[in-house]
Ligand binder design. Structure first.
Ligand SMILES: Nc1ncnc2c1ncn2[C@@H]1O[C@H](COP(=O)(O)OP(=O)(O)OP(=O)(O)O)[C@@H](O)[C@H]1O
Ligand SMILES: [Mg+2]
Length: 335
């Protein structure tokens, strides 16, 4: 955890149960509120986010790091606040994980502020209503299915139909010309693709205007579930404080839903249709509604959406579809 965070109430707790990623903690003094980050483990490297208060003394949380080595009776420290993400000019050209740690092996992070990743979407009154075409540089898309400036576009497709390739192609075409910042957020995808993209962006010289945030498939579900929030917090800073237009690319939003499903199951919630979490709609809209066009700037987003088994009636695809202003379906038949 970065050291420069303020600790308001350093109350101590004790681990009472560990079930995979789910940890129950007892606090005899003040019970930490929902979303509080707790640190525990032999060297305080295990990070837990509180997701439920079970009773007056116990909270249940999900680990954002692996829980190996965690045992009953270990001391837990209340960090006094929610998960935070770095925002500001210092984030440009850097690569982050869900905790806001830089993972590009470059210099330490400077010129940043830390903000909670849990933020409310902008109110309706602040949203902008004008619409313009957003050029992607891919002719077939710009002519036939133009995207909207400040809109949300989805690239739907089953496994291996070319979502990542198309998204990467769009980044190549757009990031250079886009005056605002660009943010690439990878959720639950391959680490190799992230590394390749970073190298390509560096070679193309567009990295100085770009931020990359990764929560890859090898990371625990808690981390994959929160990485989107961390990326959005960084994007919102460019929109609200620097009044710039931001391009937000997400690969893959389905993995966010999937991580939420894992978290919900681990927390002991009853599954809903097809095993998805009963709170899927709420979770997705809390994230998607923050991607908005306001009077200070716009966040234009392009999201890859994995469609399980090419079934477009899958609840995850249907829910995602309803948030988007444009959708491009990659069909296997045309491939
Ligand atoms: N337009 C294209 N023309 C030819 N080959 C393509 C095209 N788009 C993608 N491919 C090939 O298809 C393969 C899979 O593409 P890609 O990794 O983008 O799929 P994906 O939809 O992101 O898959 P996943 O759901 O597994 O992430 C790649 O190896 C790529 O070479
Ligand atoms: Mg892919």
């Amino acid at each position: 955890m970065p050291e420069n965070r303020t600790v308001n109430s350093p109350s101590q707790g004790t681990v009472v149960a560990v079930r995979g990623s789910v940890v129950d903690v007892r606090f005899d003094a003040a019970l930490p509120p929902i979303y509080t980050v707790l640190c525990t483990g032999p060297d305080k490297k295990i990070v837990i986010e509180v997701l439920a208060q079970l009773d007056a003394r116990h909270v249940r949380g999900i680990a954002l790091t692996p829980t190996q080595g965690l045992a009953r009776g270990m001391a837990v420290e209340d960090s006094g606040g929610p998960l935070q993400a770095p925002v500001g000019k210092g984030t440009l050209s850097r690569m982050f994980d869900v905790f806001g740690n830089v993972i590009d092996r470059e210099a330490d992070l400077t010129d940043v502020e830390w903000r909670s990743v849990h933020r409310a979407p902008p109110p309706l009154a602040r949203r902008s209503t004008k619409s313009e075409v957003f050029e992607t540089g891919i002719k077939a898309i710009d002519v036939l299915v133009p995207l909207e400036h400040g809109g949300k576009a989805g690239l739907f497709g089953g496994a291996g139909v070319g979502k990542t390739v198309l998204l990467t192609e769009m980044i190549h075409n757009m990031v250079g010309q886009h005056e605002g910042g660009s943010l690439f957020c990878s959720i639950g995808e391959r680490s190799r693709e992230g590394k390749e993209l970073y190298r390509e962006m560096k070679a193309a010289g567009v990295l100085p205007n770009m931020v990359m945030v990764f929560g890859q498939m090898n990371e625990p579900p808690g981390a994959r579930f929160r990485v989107g929030h961390a990326a959005l917090t960084m994007a919102e800073h460019f929109r609200d404080d620097e009044r710039r237009d931001v391009l937000l690319l997400i690969d893959n939003i389905f993995r966010f839903i999937q991580a939420g499903m894992k978290v919900s199951g681990l927390m002991g919630q009853m599954p809903s249709r097809l095993g998805y979490q009963p709170t899927m709609g709420t979770e997705l809209s809390q994230l998607e509604e923050r991607i908005a066009n306001t009077d200070s700037g716009a966040i234009t987003s392009i999201q890859a959406v994995y469609v399980p088994a090419d079934d477009f009636t899958d609840p995850a695809a249907v829910h995602t579809f309803s948030h988007l202003s444009a959708s491009i379906v990659l069909s296997r038949k045309r491939g």
